[in-house]
Design a protein around this ligand. Structure first.
Ligand code: ARG
Length: 416
């Protein structure tokens, strides 16, 4: 008898992936091994792996990947200031390449020829899984049952009943939710109307800013080379720091994002995110960069941060551009060590103070107090002379461009 072909399925324990186990077995003839990664979405992993075995998996792997996820995926993206379309800290997008890597490793150890995931054909996640797997293990096939079968939710429930698969008891929610330690995303249902304000049931990690404590909270974050290492002076691992900060900032109503987003697959979708820790950390990290980076590096880095965000969004974590940008970011983060004080108050986070051993801010240069001032005022004249030289030359030879600005202001004058 020939060895059955094997497939490693990313298994969440939900209806889609439970039905996928049987579908992969019965329709495609795979022996199914499931793999469940804990990246901080707060589910009972023991229960999930037991359910996988009961549903027909021959083996059910689980891994606690929280710390690795934060320190190897989220923090480097924080250091890169990666915020997709200036709004989305990329929680879901960052988790996909990690999960793909975990699946690929298990597939190799188990001699599987395919990996499988439960993504639909309309989102970004299918692209991310497929492309990450292609980059890591081009020899592996990727199967996406939910994308391929033509079942809606009622047919899936029917299929589950007919095959004796337990239908996970989740209370009926109109939303599609994905969550990990870096953030939570909520879409669909009434949110599909971008004019519709989200109702309170959308939010799970953040309190209504109006209900947050009036007195607010002052916290401090310490960074080493662009990476957060302390919260209120206490040294913490990345996963613990982010978990605590999610709770602290969420309790002050911080981290709600409402964004109409351009998906890679060509559509716009309205997304609500909750990302308390990510928002606070980005605010703090940028504050420290304003102190420690030179102007040209700071400016270029903002632009390359957008590139980083786009490539992560597009599932290209394991591509050459990310490695190249990471090398650039690493050099820039050398002096980004220090401390930032932040005021959390009713949905807002504001920088209350910052200090760094490598700070380029010099009081003796910035001060308006003449007695302490070391800035050479007389040097300004020559500097401006040369800086303005091209404009002066152009105006003399080709005429001033000032006429292109139509100034038709009514003037008033008083004379003595
Ligand atoms: N729009 C976000 C992204 O593409 C979140 C997707 C959430 N995924 C989900 N299956 N609900 O990264």
């Amino acid at each position: 008898m020939s060895k059955p072909k094997r497939c490693v399925l990313a298994y969440s324990g939900g209806l889609d992936t439970s039905v996928s186990i049987r579908w992969l077995q019965e329709r495609l003839g795979y022996e199914v091994i499931t793999c469940t990664a804990d990246i901080g979405e707060a589910k009972n992993i023991e229960e999930v792996t037991d359910r996988a075995l009961r549903t027909g998996a021959v083996a059910a792997y689980s891994v606690d990947a929280r710390r690795l996820f934060v320190e190897e995926f989220c923090f480097p993206s924080l250091a890169a200031s990666a915020m997709y379309e200036g709004a989305y800290p990329l929680a879901t997008a960052l988790a996909r390449p990690l999960i793909a890597k975990i699946l690929v490793d298990v597939a190799r150890d188990e001699g599987a020829e395919a990996i499988a995931h439960g993504c639909t054909g309309k989102g970004n996640d299918q692209v991310r899984f497929d492309v990450a797997t292609a980059a890591l293990a081009p020899e592996l096939e990727v199967v996406a049952p939910v994308r391929d079968w033509e079942m809606g939710r009622p047919q899936e429930i029917e299929f589950a009943r007919a095959h004796g698969i337990e239908v996970p008891v989740t209370q009926e929610s109109p939303y599609s939710v994905d969550a990990n330690i870096w953030g939570r995303s909520i879409e669909a249902g009434p949110l599909e109307d971008p004019w519709q304000e989200p109702t309170p049931d959308v939010f799970a990690w953040t309190v209504d800013p109006h209900a947050a404590p009036e007195e607010g909270l002052l916290i401090s974050l310490g960074f080493e080379h662009g990476i957060p290492v302390t919260l209120d002076g206490e040294r913490l691992t990345g996963d613990v720091l982010v978990t605590r900060l999610n709770a602290l900032a969420g309790a002050h109503g911080i981290g709600r994002i409402d964004h109409v987003e351009n998906r890679l697959v060509g559509i716009k979708s309205r997304e609500i995110y909750e990302a308390p820790a990510a928002i606070v950390l980005h605010t703090a990290h940028t504050a420290l960069e304003t102190l420690t980076l030179g102007r040209d590096v700071f400016h270029l880095k903002r632009r390359l941060g957008d590139e980083w965000a786009r490539l992560v969004y597009d599932g290209l974590w394991f591509g050459q551009l990310r490695s190249a940008l990471a090398a650039f970011v690493a050099v820039t983060q050398e002096p980004v060590s220090g401390e930032v004080k932040l005021r959390l108050w009713r949905g807002t986070v504001s920088v209350a103070g910052r200090r760094a051993p490598g700070s380029l801010y010099r009081e003796e240069l910035a001060t308006y107090d003449r007695r302490q001032d070391t800035f050479d005022h007389s040097a300004a004249r020559g500097f401006i002379e040369l800086f303005g030289l091209p404009l002066r030359t152009q105006a003399r030879i080709q005429g001033a461009l000032e006429d292109s600005v139509p100034l038709s202001l009514e003037r008033k004058v008083k004379r003595r």
